[in-house]
Design a protein around this ligand. Structure first.
Ligand code: HEC
Ligand code: HEC
Length: 366
């Protein structure tokens, strides 16, 4: 641009500015304020109506978590990958400084008076290249990093959590601990047994946190591996939490049991029937071990099996509860066939007496 051209340009600029031009204050500021307000309201609406996906709660022990910046910094994050090891710091500091100095220096080294992008080829091309580079790096970062695990939705209500816990327990624990924590022989490891987890002994003496720790860390010395991600297992903390909730749901407080089955009313049933009174009790308290699973080869699945099955069959002497192995076991008397039934959780006295009355009256299929 020669001097004459420049002169003309400046004159036109002056003219424009004072005839129909605008001032920075208050004209531009007002426009900026309106736009800022619009963006603020938009952000507010996004926060209220769209929100941000929940990530799992922070867990310092979880080594699988991939920290990453928000999307608008992803390009920088990606840039780091091209500077191995020690160079990372250099790259970020040097590059950052370069950008800052460049921006500060812009008015000094770009002194051309022309403003239209087409009249400023170097600046325009440089900017296009920079923006394209940022877009490229952002896309690159997005496609090469796996998505962050979102918070696993394991249900909001207690019921939903128990259900989720049950699924996880069946999948991860039931082979060794039984589907309802009844314990027993470990699948594929004959001779090795687990103690019941559903006993009052267990449930009343362990806090939720203790049970959580046992599952997360495992009991390596006793044959149970760690399940927590923090210890090399594959269950996230929330998954272990719902398993604990499921395990704790086995505990039946004594008073609840009383109202639940109306235990005290059982004493009023003078002539108990098999289908109506006895079978429901057996189903409720014995089926976890004596129906699908066959502990001692004994099944309560139907009348015939109840009377005839078992390693020590018959376990019921019709008309004689005192000499029936089953009745003895309900009282916790040690017999050749085993001890307390159900193990660790005796039935209530009225329940035992009802079964005994039924046996004494001839143990009929009535
Ligand atoms: C490979 C078999 C195996 C698997 C699978 C397994 N455990 Fe265990 N677990 C054991 C053994 C063996 C013990 C040792 C104590 C015992 O005899 O019960 C044990 C102990 C426990 C205890 C402590 C018991 C006590 O009396 O202190 C808890 C609680 C427990 N396991 C929960 C779980 C849960 C929940 C899962 C599933 C996430 C699971 N276990 C999976 C074998 C297993
Ligand atoms: C937590 C699992 C479990 C539950 C629940 C359970 N049992 Fe057993 N039962 C066993 C095991 C294990 C044996 C094998 C004997 C032993 O090792 O003590 C057994 C054996 C028996 C036997 C002897 C079978 C034979 O012929 O050798 C009888 C009878 C019996 N149970 C009755 C019952 C009754 C009745 C109930 C319900 C009121 C019940 N059990 C609930 C685990 C259980």
């Amino acid at each position: 641009m020669n001097a004459e051209e420049k002169q003309r340009y400046l004159e036109r600029y002056k003219e424009k500015k004072y005839s129909d031009g605008e001032f920075f204050w208050p004209d531009s500021i007002a426009k900026d304020a309106v736009v800022s307000l619009g963006i603020f309201v938009l952000l507010l609406c996004l926060a209220i109506f769209v929100g941000v996906p929940n990530e799992p709660p922070a867990n310092p022990a979880d080594a699988t978590y991939i920290p990453r910046p928000e999307w608008y910094f992803l390009w920088m994050f990606q840039l780091l990958k091209y500077f191995p090891g020690q160079l990372e710091g250099v790259a970020i500091v040097a590059l950052g400084a370069l950008i800052a100095v460049g921006l500060f220096g812009l008015p000094f080294f770009d002194r051309g008076p022309k403003r239209h992008p087409l009249n400023r080829p170097i600046a325009t091309v440089a900017m296009i290249l920079i923006v394209a580079g940022m877009v490229f790096l952002t896309v690159q970062a997005a496609v090469t990093t796996p998505p962050q695990a979102e918070a696993i939705d394991l249900g909001a209500t207690k019921e939903a959590q128990i259900k989720a816990g049950e699924e996880l327990f069946k999948k991860n624990c039931a082979d060794c601990h039984g589907e309802t924590g009844e314990g027993g022989e470990i699948k594929d490891k004959p001779g090795q047994e687990t103690r019941p987890l559903n006993s009052d002994d267990f449930l009343l003496t362990r806090t939720s946190d203790t049970i959580f720790q046992i599952i997360s860390y495992g009991q390596p010395g006793e044959g149970m591996q760690a399940f927590g991600l923090a210890h090399g297992g594959q269950l996230a903390d929330q998954e272990i939490r719902v398993i604990v909730t499921f395990i704790e749901s086995w505990y039946v407080p004594p008073e609840a049991e009383g109202t639940d089955t109306a235990v005290t009313d059982l004493a009023k049933i003078e002539n108990p029937g098999f289908a109506k009174d006895v079978k429901p009790l057996l189903d409720k308290y014995c089926s976890t071990c004596h129906s699908k699973r066959l502990k001692g080869n004994f099944s309560i699945a139907d009348f015939d099996k109840l009377m005839k099955s078992g390693d020590h069959a018959p376990n019921i002497a019709a008309g004689d509860a005192a000499n029936s192995t089953l009745a003895k076991m309900l009282h916790g008397v040690k017999t050749d066939a085993g001890g307390q039934m159900p193990p660790n959780r005796p039935l209530k006295q009225p329940q035992i007496e009802l079964i005994e009355r039924w046996i004494n009256q001839g143990a009929q299929n009535n």
